[in-house]
Design a protein around this ligand. Structure first.
Ligand code: HAX
Length: 442
């Protein structure tokens, strides 16, 4: 080991043990409004920002402007004869706080279709990357390559009244959302389908067109894409992708920069990349057992081994939720309504078995606060069912959907004139001194 690295290692080990002990012994001491444990452990449940578009309840799950996912599956506009909501509608709801009519959703769809042309240099940039580049890296690079089009950045450089910022952020956000399906499909077709690309179909809705450009024209895959693009949009403001977008946007970095930051966060395996991880983890289980359906006790052993190896069980747990994620339930419902009546799907069945077996094991560790499945536990097996087996692409789909929520929020951030975000921090030395002074005062 390099000498600098060696010196660091000698300090880091004992420091980590000291911090762990400090949290254990003094975690409940309050540093002002918040405890030592909250300051060290990711600011969980601290209220530190305003998000208008959605609110997460630990037990009930997400509500978008007051509406639950089952309510939205019923109330949001659909394609003629369709059964799943149009993402155009949830964007309208998040932006305006009102349920859209069919005409409102159609208006947004037409607007996005008009804005959907991706500048050629973005494809040129993607074409220069090694095909092995992870799809999320390609996605972030493409978003940044599109930044040449930023209307906000151009207006700011020219000089613009701060009251008008939101209007330029709105234009950039709408352009970005409109273009992301084409970018995502380009990455997919380039990496997995020999670069044979599919032109958009202007008659299709935003999510239906995404499925089409990816190469999936089956009606039920289009329905799945509409549901997928609706349930992944937003999860209030503190999750990594939303928070990173909000934080970077607060420096008045334009929406392309801010959204790219959010997407680099989504690419983490504890966040959006978990959907890829779940599929890899399930496939490995099947491979180890030689295929077919595992028994419950085999799943139990596999989960215990994952934990014993010091790894996380992907798709389980949450920083806020304390019950089964309603986004998981919506996908389970999709399986039961669209797929199961025509014959069981092995991978989807394995997901149902894990749902039965995993929670008690995770709970028995005594430390995992939420033993229940999150959104990522189910999404990959549904996509696989319709033939999209390239699991390292899944997080890109999550990212396309997440754009709707975080960019609606970004427009609001500028409309409300939120300032640059700059929370305070302390050193461990400072925290220890503060605890000592609090304890001395009795
Ligand atoms: N498997 C194994 N261990 C887990 C676990 C899981 N699924 N969930 C939590 N833990 C562990 C934590 O790693 C932590 O261990 P240490 O004390 O040794 O560090 C302990 O249990 C307490 O963690 P927690 O307070 O319950 O959970 P956090 O708020 O710290 O983390 C995570 C929340 C979602 C990151 C966590 O549950 C996890 O890693 N889950 C697996 C990955 C995953 O599914 N991520 C997607 C989450 C949803 C999302 O954002 N989608 O995009």
């Amino acid at each position: 080991m390099d000498s600098l690295k060696e010196k660091f290692a000698a300090k880091a080990g004992p420091a980590a043990a000291e911090v762990k002990a400090l949290i254990k012994e003094k975690g409940d001491v309050k540093l002002g409004e918040y405890t030592v444990a909250q300051v060290y452990q990711g600011m969980k449940s601290m209220i530190g920002m305003v998000t208008e578009t959605s609110k997460l309840d630990p037990n009930e799950g997400i509500r978008f402007r007051g509406y639950t996912i089952p309510e939205l599956r019923e109330k949001l506009p659909k394609t003629p004869g369709g059964t799943e909501p149009l993402p155009e509608g949830i964007f309208y709801l998040m932006l305006l706080g009102e349920l859209p009519t069919e005409e409102d959703a159609l208006h947004i769809g037409n607007d996005w279709a008009r804005r959907a042309i991706v500048p050629k240099h973005v494809f040129d940039v993607l074409d220069k990357l090694p095909a092995s580049t992870h799809p999320m890296t390609q996605f972030v690079i493409a978003i940044l390559a599109m930044q040449t089009e930023s209307i906000f950045a151009a207006a700011y450089a020219k000089g613009v009244n701060k009251k008008e910022y939101w209007s330029y952020v709105y234009e950039d956000s709408m352009n970005l959302i409109a273009r992301l399906p084409r970018v995502a499909a380009y990455i997919y077709r380039r990496k997995y389908k020999n670069g044979v690309h599919i032109e958009p179909d202007p008659k299709l809705d935003w999510a239906g067109n995404l499925a089409h450009m990816l190469g999936y024209d089956e009606d039920n895959m289009k329905s799945l894409m509409r549901l997928y693009m609706t349930i992944h949009v937003d999860h209030e403001g503190g999750n990594v992708s939303a928070h990173a977008t909000h934080l970077v946007g607060s420096a008045l970095s334009d929406p392309y920069m801010a959204f790219a930051a959010g997407m680099t966060g989504l690419a983490g395996p504890l966040h959006g990349l978990a959907n890829q991880e779940v599929l890899s983890w399930i496939l490995k289980l099947r491979e180890e057992l030689g295929g077919g359906l595992p028994s419950e006790s085999q799943i139990e052993e596999y989960i215990k081994k994952t934990l014993a190896d010091g790894k996380v069980v992907p798709g389980y747990g949450h920083a806020v939720l304390r019950k089964t994620d309603p986004r998981f339930t919506a996908q389970q419902d999709f399986y039961n309504n669209y797929i199961r009546p025509n014959g069981k799907d092995d991978l989807c069945e394995i997901v149902q078995m894990i749902y039965k077996v995993a929670p008690p094991i995770l709970e028995s560790t005594g430390k995992i606060k939420n033993p229940w499945p999150n959104v990522d536990a189910h999404s990959g097996v549904l996509l696989t069912h319709y033939g999209m087996v390239e699991h390292d692409f899944y997080t890109v789909l999550f990212g396309v959907s997440r754009a709707l929520g975080v960019l609606a929020s970004l427009i609001w951030d500028r409309a409300l004139g939120h300032p640059i975000e700059r929370p305070g921090s302390m050193t461990t030395e400072g925290i220890k001194k503060k605890i000592a002074s609090i304890e001395a005062k009795g």
